[in-house]
Design a protein around this ligand. Structure first.
Ligand SMILES: Cc1ncc(COP(=O)(O)O)c(C=O)c1O
Length: 415
């Protein structure tokens, strides 16, 4: 359903949208879902116009948020922005662990600092902005949890109705967060692909705008800002290796798209990172396909046996795009167990004070194992993505002792 509204002319540099499978062009005059071939659509820009519109120096003087890259985004005009303040996220060097790792150039990009505590804010800020611009008032999203929280927040900000479908075992704190924003939340006895089917099948009846990852082309553009930001933070160069917890793969594909666009306008040279897709032992369809030399995931992964919620996607819609990035970058797929991720989470919080989400901890665990196995070199400049704050995931019980405030305290017994 397209609702026409009157608003200022589109001043973005979008030229068209393109089917990622066939290259077929789509006009940038309305909201689109998948292409006619059933594949994700990619937003294309007039890159020479982008290069003419902004310089690196101009960019450096802008506010430190994701909208500083507006020439690279499909936002029609600044007033269309639905924003909660999306700050640039820090790159934190693991200085406490580097001697033990024998690797001095390991950084975590901490995406937990964004609104609603995860990188999903980047994609949903943009997707909700575009939905609002095109006059939509009702949104629906299938989610492992974090995208639902972000959709609920940006939807509330935009005054829209939001329906969220999430697996029944999604952490309680996230379910409550979604509901607290005023969204309708539904707990589904399945995985995110089952939630996606409910949203897809209900679109005509319910008249909602389907925000499913990669079925909706603008979330990818929002996540692209992780790649733009990383390049800028590193002085318009890129690390040697990126570890990314890969579920639907939007960030993985989006970052590579950012690097393509930056190289096309001459802002970075041809040095690209090896892109490592990290998945869990109990659900790793992309890693299995990469290791088999396939260009797609032939069968959904079953049974899914992992509690690392963000990466439990049995067959991602963007499988071909993810596998193409791994191949083009000389990267690989890497797995770690849930137990290894929990141990890694503890190691990093105790040694570095940095509270990773299980998904970020999975990257650290995979990196440690790959370093020991020689898949990456100690001298490699590595960036591990921590895609959410650890605060929203269950924590171990506290070894706390109760004290009686009315009795004398035995300080000698405290340590
Ligand atoms: C914390 C976290 N990390 C990683 C992912 C996977 O993201 P992507 O779809 O970009 O692969 C998700 C998705 O739900 C997530 O919530």
């Amino acid at each position: 359903m397209t609702v026409t509204t009157s608003h200022p002319p589109d001043t973005s540099h979008v030229s068209h949208l393109e089917c990622s499978a066939t290259g077929e062009r789509y006009e940038n005059d309305r909201l689109h879902g998948l292409s006619r071939a059933g594949a994700p659509l990619l937003v294309r820009y007039d890159l020479s116009a982008v290069a003419a519109a902004v310089t690196k120096a101009e960019l450096a003087a802008r506010a430190p948020d994701m909208w500083r890259y507006r020439e690279f985004l499909p936002l029609p005009h600044d007033r269309a922005r639905v924003s909660l303040g999306e700050p640039m996220t820090p790159l934190i060097r693991l200085t406490g662990l580097e001697a033990e790792l024998g690797a001095p150039k390991v950084y975590v990009k901490d995406e937990g600092r964004l609104p609603t505590g995860s990188f999903k804010a980047r994609g949903l800020a943009l997707a909700v902005s575009l939905a609002k611009h095109h006059g939509r008032t009702r949104l629906a999203v299938p989610t492992a949890g974090n995208a639902g929280a972000a959709a609920a927040a940006y939807g509330a900000r935009a005054g829209m109705e939001v329906f969220v479908f999430t697996p029944a075992d999604t952490p309680e704190v996230t379910v409550r967060e979604i509901a607290f924003h005023g969204a309708r939340v539904f707990l589904v006895n399945g995985l995110v692909n089952d939630c996606a089917k409910i949203v897809r099948d209900g679109s005509d009846r319910m008249g909602w705008h389907d925000l499913s990852t990669l079925e909706e082309p603008y979330r990818l553009e929002g996540k692209k800002t992780m790649g733009l930001e990383l390049a800028e933070q590193l002085g318009w160069s890129l690390p040697d290796v990126i570890y990314y917890p890969t579920g639907g793969g939007t960030g993985f594909i989006g970052m590579w798209k950012a690097f393509d666009e930056l190289q096309a306008i001459g802002w970075i040279d041809s040095h690209r990172p090896r892109m490592v897709a990290v998945q869990a032992t109990g659900c790793h369809p992309i890693v299995r396909a990469a290791e088999a030399g396939l260009d797609h995931v032939p069968e959904p992964w079953a049974p899914v046996e992992s509690q690392v919620h963000g990466i439990r996607v049995p067959k991602p819609l963007g499988d071909r795009l993810i596998l193409a990035v791994i191949k083009a970058s000389g990267g690989f797929g890497s797995i770690a167990s849930d137990a290894a991720a929990e141990a890694a989470r503890r190691e990093v919080i105790e040694r570095e004070g940095l509270h990773l989400a299980p998904e970020g901890a999975l990257c650290y665990a995979a990196y440690r194992a790959d370093l020991a196995a020689g898949r990456v070199r100690p001298g490699d400049h590595v960036v591990l993505f921590n895609t959410a704050t650890g605060l929203k995931s269950p924590m171990p019980e506290a070894a706390a002792t109760t004290l009686d405030a009315s009795a004398p305290i035995d300080y000698g017994a405290l340590s």
